[in-house]
Design a protein around this ligand. Structure first.
Ligand SMILES: Cc1cc2nc3c(=O)[nH]c(=O)nc-3n(C[C@H](O)[C@H](O)[C@H](O)COP(=O)(O)OP(=O)(O)OC[C@H]3O[C@@H](n4cnc5c(N)ncnc54)[C@H](O)[C@@H]3O)c2cc1C
Length: 483
């Protein structure tokens, strides 16, 4: 390892770090990247790679008219306008061009409708009226492969198995990092070290709501998500944004893996609350589903019948017919021969559960859900066949809870240049951040599949470009918004 001066040092080789490194090199900067793990990719590599963006060639190929302005309005509305409009505006404007940049680098996203996050094309990412979920071929792994090829093409050295310990700060300006106890100097540093989902102390401090699932909580984020950005931020007195926010997905109490491994609950199911009433579109996007489930009084359950259990496809770790039977045998999944018996063990009004099931049987199994419009969601997912009615005992109730911790939103507050802001709101000279480490874009509500990857790559690209400009000019004033 050299301890020479570099233009730009990038901390972390996931989506944000790779985008930053490649972009900085495109601007002529000399770049060095540190990655704490044995391989590049981080959570980005584990993701479906779903990327939310507006006004793209993929949308146009499908005849869809969309703009950054519409994306911005939707993003701000869903987040109750609790985010900084200028920053969100910059993100929404640059997400589309970043997607085109990825396509130019070799990412494949066909202009065809996609039914889910594993089918390349364009899908409904969340609750937007215009589809914005871009699903790349080979998912997050494919994104990382393309970015890594570009990294190698630029001759950017990536030092693996090397966890950056701290920043080097002189007179309030960041001038390098310490790794393996060696000081390595650079004109600018980009912190792209991901989130803190794997750090229980930081989860307690910055996303305590995740602990409400108790022992059922499980983390799917990459092992490097230890929250080192928080310590870097403390060194320079950075402001923290996104406190209290993250993405925790609703699951059944017995799930332990991300849904593509855990499996999916039966299509013929209803979600029932403590009043014995159905309360939501069971297939609603997690842009809204976590909030709806968490708002129920007296708990919430997935209710289904024996036919639904028997029809579960084999090969998944959790949602499997045998596994559900074992859980019922152990008394953890509630089971009864009749609906009234099920209502009793659930502790919900018998007449209400009976009326709920009768109503649903008259609705969606006949193709229409007047109450929650689930037929629309199913159609968008390409799931055309009507579900079976709920009618054949025994009947099951599986407790729902928000327990799958995917990503965290609290980090170093950035502006629209991806410059890290100090407590006074002024940029810390020489310091940029992006992805989960750079905060202010991932908000109260996850805007839908693709929110976090788009944030990582778009803001990574902005951070890399501005870090390179700053290195060349030596002045924060000359680092302007843009890429
Ligand atoms: C299973 C799963 C599926 C997901 N699916 C989607 C999806 O389809 N679409 C979407 O938008 N979002 C998705 N997300 C969320 C999204 O993937 C992440 O929020 C995003 O990729 C984070 O990018 P990042 O660059 O900030 O962090 P990462 O990709 O995690 O990269 C950070 C890197 O920094 C390294 N690092 C950490 N500390 C140090 C240090 N001190 N020194 C050096 N290196 C360090 C880490 O090892 C890691 O490689 C998913 C997440 C998971 C876990």
């Amino acid at each position: 390892m050299s301890d020479d001066n570099w233009d730009v040092i990038v901390v972390g080789g996931g989506g944000a770090g790779l985008a930053a490194a490649v972009t900085a090199a495109e601007h002529g900067a000399s770049v060095l990247l540190f990655e704490s793990e044995g391989e590049l990719g981080g959570s980005t590599q584990l993701s479906a790679g779903l990327f939310t963006a507006a006004g793209t060639s993929v949308q146009r190929g499908l005849g869809i008219e969309d703009t950054a302005e519409k994306f911005f309005q939707h993003y701000m509305d869903l987040n109750h306008w609790m985010l900084k409009p200028g920053l969100i505006r910059a993100f929404c404007e640059h997400a589309g061009p970043t997607l085109e940049w990825l396509i130019d680098l070799g990412v494949e996203i066909p202009a065809r409708e996609s039914a889910n996050a594993h089918m390349p094309g364009l899908c409904q990412a969340g609750v937007e009226d215009v589809w914005r979920g871009h699903v790349p071929k080979d998912q997050g792994y494919g994104l990382v492969q393309v970015l890594d090829k570009a990294r190698r093409g630029h001759g950017i050295e990536a030092i693996l198995n090397t966890r950056v310990q701290s920043l080097v700060v002189e007179d309030g300006r960041v001038v390098g990092v310490v790794a393996d106890d060696i000081e390595v100097r650079a004109a600018a540093v980009v912190v792209a070290s991901g989130g803190f989902a794997q750090n229980p102390e930081l989860v307690d401090r910055y996303y305590p709501v995740a602990n409400e699932a108790g022992d059922a909580m499980f983390v799917v984020a990459a092992p490097g998500s230890r929250g080192d950005h928080m310590a870097f931020g403390a060194q320079v007195g950075s402001a923290i944004a996104g406190d209290g926010w993250g993405l925790i997905l609703p699951t059944a109490y017995f799930q332990r893996f991300h849904h593509w491994q855990s499996g999916f609950p039966p299509k013929s199911r209803i979600y029932v609350n403590g009043h014995g009433r159905r309360f939501m579109d069971e297939d609603a996007s997690y842009a809204v589903s976590t909030g709806i489930i968490d708002a129920q009084v007296g708990g919430s359950w997935a209710v289904f019948d024996e036919t639904a259990r028997m029809n579960l496809p084999a090969g998944y770790a959790d949602w499997d017919a045998e596994r559900v039977a074992e859980e019922a045998e152990a008394g953890r999944t509630l089971r009864a021969d009749s609906l009234s018996g099920l209502a009793e063990v659930m502790g919900v009004p018998v007449d209400a559960l009976d009326a709920t099931v009768t109503r649903w049987n008259a609705q969606l199994p006949n193709g229409f859900d007047d109450d929650f419009l689930r037929h629309r969601t199913l159609a968008n997912k390409g799931s055309a066949a009507n579900p079976d009615p709920i009618g054949r005992g025994p009947f099951y109730a599986v407790r729902l809870l928000s327990a799958e911790l995917v990503c965290t939103h609290a980090g170093l507050e950035i502006d629209s240049d991806a410059a890290v802001l100090g407590r006074t709101g002024s940029p810390v000279e020489g310091l940029y951040a992006a992805g989960e480490a750079g905060a202010g874009i991932l908000g109260l509500r996850y805007v839908g599949g693709g929110n976090a990857v788009a944030n990582a790559l778009t803001m990574g690209r902005i951070a890399g470009g501005n870090a390179a400009r700053f290195a060349r000019s030596g002045s924060a004033d000359l680092a302007t918004a843009g890429i």
